[in-house]
Design a protein around this ligand. Structure first.
Ligand SMILES: NC(=O)c1ccc[n+]([C@@H]2O[C@H](COP(=O)([O-])OP(=O)(O)OC[C@H]3O[C@@H](n4cnc5c(N)ncnc54)[C@H](OP(=O)(O)O)[C@@H]3O)[C@@H](O)[C@H]2O)c1
Length: 239
């Protein structure tokens, strides 16, 4: 096994979904690097995986995913401490909505595009050289059901996530001779603490669980998925 074989760069690894993905990849034997921006969120993640921290299987580095130079530094540090990067799981992202297009300000649109779309370009750009070196790289992105089924007041979010689909399809073409695949998953509402708090009356059982999202990403990262590239995969639970 090459040193880079089981290595993953997981953006948003401290978040509601990211924590489950980090746990799954560590359980699958990966060495994982998490670029984070909040020290307290990183400490909470690290304390849930103390053994992995001690063995060097879990590393963290401060980064702002919307800033290219910050992402470049984080990816370089991750590759040097882990011994390479085979898998990118780009989970960092977020939702801000509730404003109709007629009343939208430039900062509303730019905020969503920077966080959900530009960040994905920078993560891909700076992981690709490492992923190519492994001959079995995986570029995984988290889009949303909201990118293909629209709601009023969510145009900036929908457009920013739909933009990912163009990125993924293009990456699949550009990298098909390099053994590197690119795929996006489209979750419906995920059963995170934050969603339970903001939608207390919803039927939580209908929501997709973070562990199910993690399992799909783990599959896409595996050898079994080597022929899957350019896919946009819905993961809606019962919603
Ligand atoms: N939750 C859902 O129902 C749902 C549904 C469909 C798609 N998604 C997508 O799934 C992904 C994860 O969602 P989630 O529910 O886990 O969200 P979350 O709990 O808010 O986690 C987002 C993660 O991204 C990080 N992040 C945000 N901005 C960043 C920045 N500028 N630089 C570095 N890191 C940054 C956050 O770090 P901090 O801790 O510092 O904020 C956090 O670790 C997102 O892309 C989201 O759009 C979520």
């Amino acid at each position: 096994m090459s040193p880079a074989e089981n290595t993953a760069f997981i953006t948003g690894g401290t978040g509601g979904v990211g924590r489950a993905v980090v746990a799954r990849f560590l359980a699958d034997g990966y060495r994982v690097a998490v670029p984070y921006r909040s020290e307290s969120e990183w400490k909470a993640l690290a304390s849930a995986h103390e053994d992995a921290g001690r063995s060097g299987a879990l590393r963290g580095m401060v980064a702002d995913v919307t800033d290219e130079s910050s992402v470049a530094r984080a990816a370089a540090e991750a590759a040097s401490t882990l011994g390479g990067i085979r898998v990118l799981a780009h989970i960092a992202g977020g939702y801000k909505g509730g404003v109709d297009v007629e009343r939208m300000e430039a900062r509303d649109v730019r905020g969503m595009i920077d966080l959900n779309l530009l960040s994905a370009f920078w993560a891909a750009k700076h992981v690709i050289p490492h992923a190519k070196r492994t001959g079995s790289g995986r570029l995984l992105f988290v889009s949303s059901r909201g990118a293909v089924e629209f709601s009023a007041g969510a145009a900036a979010y929908a457009a920013s996530k739909a933009g990912l689909h163009g990125l993924v399809g293009t990456l699949a073409r550009e990298l098909r001779k390099d053994g590197v695949t690119a795929n996006a998953i489209l979750p419906s509402v995920i059963d995170t603490e934050a969603n339970r708090v903001s939608m207390p009356k919803a039927r939580f059982d209908d929501w997709v669980r973070p562990e199910q999202v993690a399992a799909l990403l783990a599959f896409l990262a595996s050898d079994a998925a080597s022929a899957v590239s350019g896919a946009l995969i819905p993961i809606y639970g019962r919603a």
